[in-house]
Ligand binder design. Structure first.
Ligand code: PAF
Length: 295
């Protein structure tokens, strides 16, 4: 366990479960808000940390590139690891405690993980269809982090909207005593949703990637389901002919609570979601859209 000099606000950084248990106990009786992350922190994470600080007396953070949520052909090995900068951001945000476990610490010291959290049908749709096993990996690590940190509240970004739906369901269905708070996606001035994976993009790829947010805006200008999808699809089709091209995985307009298809007469908020590849980088984005007549 390392602690910075008392004069600086740097958080306590712990690497093992035992260290975490001791550091967490030392925070009692303060209320605690958890921001779980894969690291490579950016302004979107900073917004989560700032919101966490509004919600509880102490902010705690996990930085862990979780192998369980990456497929065999995905970017686990090259996922950006920027621990020094991450810890500096946690310190600036006034975090009290940062947990930076190794893979062995999280999974191997119980002899390897045999039991995981199965997300069911919700985990096989949209992102889950393209990334089999992804959400079991996410829910399993989030469940472990909830047990290890025992937070009063945990804060997640809306960019990973399906993840949020599933975490809310896990908390409700399995009675985790934690409140889930969500925060709007933070964007670059030109609309690109902040993501740790944006750093993979070349300048030309980044230009093509802007089609995701442009498609969401085009869809958001409509209120009728077919028109929403058509407006977004038009932008994405144009980007598919760009150099480099956007390769669309899915464009979907679904119920924000259970990701089901909308009934033809649906009125209310819907969730417009896009996943696409530009070069070798997979990007997701989404927007909440008002469907039907009315203000
Ligand atoms: O959204 C993320 O960064 C990750 O999926 C999470 C929630 C930290 C689990 O590894």
């Amino acid at each position: 366990m390392s602690r910075s000099p008392a004069s600086t606000p740097a958080p306590v950084v712990v690497r093992t479960r035992a260290e975490l248990a001791a550091a967490r106990a030392a925070l009692e009786p303060a209320t605690v808000a958890l921001v779980p992350t894969l690291g490579a922190l950016h302004a979107g994470h900073r917004a989560l940390l700032d919101r966490a600080a509004e919600l509880a007396e102490r902010v705690v953070v996990s930085i862990f590139v979780n192998p369980l949520q990456f497929g065999p052909a995905e970017d686990f090995n090259r996922y950006p690891r920027t621990l020094d900068a991450d810890l500096a951001m946690c310190a600036e945000a006034g975090a009290a405690l940062v947990f930076v476990p190794s893979v062995e610490q999280m999974y191997a010291d119980t002899g390897g993980i045999a039991v995981t959290v199965e997300p069911g049908e919700l985990g096989r749709m949209l992102e889950g269809a393209s990334r089999p096993g992804h959400f079991a990996g996410v829910l399993t690590v989030v469940a472990k982090l909830f047990h290890l940190f025992r937070p009063d509240v945990a804060v997640f970004g809306q960019k990973d909207a399906q993840q949020l739906v599933l975490i809310r369901r896990m908390v409700a269905d399995l009675d985790f005593p934690v409140r889930i708070e969500e925060l709007t996606t933070v964007r670059e001035p030109d609309g690109l949703a902040l993501s740790s994976r944006n750093r993979y993009l070349s300048t030309a790829e980044r230009r093509t990637a802007l089609a995701l947010s442009r498609a969401l805006w085009a869809g958001s200008a409509q209120t009728e389901q077919a028109a929403v999808l058509a407006a977004a699809a038009e932008v994405l089709a144009e980007a598919a002919t760009a150099d480099p091209p956007l390769q669309l995985d899915y464009l979907a307009l679904v119920d924000p609570n259970d990701l089901s298809e909308l009934a033809p007469d649906y009125v209310g908020e819907a969730f417009l979601a896009i996943a696409a590849k530009v070069g070798t980088t997979r990007l997701i984005d989404n927007a909440r859209i008002k469907i039907g007549p009315g203000p």
